[in-house]
Ligand binder design. Structure first.
Ligand code: AMP
Ligand code: MG
Length: 339
């Protein structure tokens, strides 16, 4: 199929209307959001959801996030919503925050991939919201990349992975956050962090002082282990380049990289001039938000430049750093070196 490019600078209104029309007719459209580009489909249309899984090559048991634009829509897609979820909605919506709640019968069963729960997010991105509103439908939208590859933060990334496999792509701007949403499973009075994002564990602890941080965030689940978030067990975010996550102080990291005969360094700004190998500068060491913004663009750049091996200096696990660390450890296939 030919993938239609929908431009925003020329005729924004018309592009949004066209996207909505395709979605209402069962098509699949990549849309910008504040986190990463999403591959949207009508969450109530079983065939459209199946097309999303096929286009991405996504494992059938990895559920999708449903995107909404109002609290009224939340009431349709989820049921028995606990008070704490409303508190979260007030504090973190619209924004890069997803709640796993009990599913109603409203959305297609295949969205939840066999679970009795549904993941729901209200995005803040204007274009994403305009598309949902124009459709007046909840939209299931996983990241608009080929399953396993780094998530797309520009329309060019989407085209690289999915051109010819999806109906259309909205040619929006680069995503402002750069990593996918925080995913939290809400229980009555507590919550479990399943995937870290720009809404940080520290922010969540203001509502849930006893917040549980799922161990799959920083470790590799056993192949037969049942995980709370199915996505955590798959190969993810990985460029073709072989990556190693290096933990330790700056001086030791630089020494370590300088002893290596091959491989590039993905380092902090402060370290670049101390390293002999080819460097890819991530961000300032203390700026986790900038790292999140750069992360996926950086991982894709490694492949474009034909880099075969690279040593990444691990960020801190504080704030948004935990999200960056979580994506990196998977991109590195859990190859961690301590120096
Ligand atoms: P993506 O759509 O690529 O952003 O990935 C969505 C993430 O949310 C995956 O890690 C899923 O496993 C997770 N997720 C979606 N729905 C649920 C659910 N009902 N329960 C637990 N995790 C979910
Ligand atoms: Mg994804």
């Amino acid at each position: 199929m030919e993938t239609l490019r929908l431009y925003l600078d020329k005729d924004r209104e018309n592009s949004i209307k066209k996207a909505a029309k395709i979605l209402k007719n069962g098509g699949i459209v990549a849309i910008p959001t504040e986190t990463v580009y999403g591959l949207a489909a009508n969450a109530c249309d079983d065939n459209a959801i199946k097309a999303v899984f096929t286009a991405k090559g996504r494992p059938q048991d990895n559920p999708l996030i449903v995107h909404i634009d109002s609290m009224e829509m939340l009431g349709k897609v989820a049921k028995d919503i606990p008070e704490s979820a409303y508190k979260c909605a007030e504090k973190f919506w619209p924004g890069p925050f997803t709640m796993v709640l009990k599913a109603s019968d409203y959305v297609s069963k295949s969205v939840s991939a066999g679970l009795s729960t549904v993941a729901v997010r209200m995005p803040s991105d204007e274009i994403a919201r305009a598309v949902i509103s124009e459709c007046t439908l909840p939209l299931a939208a996983p990241s608009a990349n080929a399953s396993g590859s780094p998530s797309p933060v520009t329309s060019e990334h989407v085209i690289k992975d999915l051109d010819g496999k999806i109906d259309a792509v909205i040619m929006g701007e680069r995503c402002s956050v750069g990593v996918e949403s925080t995913v939290v499973a809400i229980e009555e009075d507590n919550a479990r962090l399943l995937r870290p994002g720009a809404v940080t564990a520290e922010m969540l602890k203001e509502i849930f002082p006893e917040l549980i941080v799922d161990k799959a965030i920083l470790s590799q689940p056993d192949s037969d282990e049942k995980v709370a978030s199915p996505g955590m067990k798959y190969k993810h975010y990985a460029p073709s380049c072989e990556l190693f996550l290096v933990e330790g102080e700056s001086e030791k990291y630089c020494d370590f990289v300088n002893t290596k005969k091959d491989g590039a360094a993905i380092c902090f700004k402060e370290e670049a001039e101390l390293i002999k190998a080819q460097t890819f500068v991530f961000a300032n060491q203390s700026d986790e938000k900038a790292m999140a913004f750069e992360l996926f663009e950086m991982l894709r750049k490694l492949d474009e430049k034909g880099i075969k091996k690279a040593y990444v200096h691990a960020p801190s696990k504080n704030g948004v750093g935990l999200a960056v660390y979580n994506r990196l450890i998977r991109a590195c296939a859990f190859r961690v070196v301590s120096v």
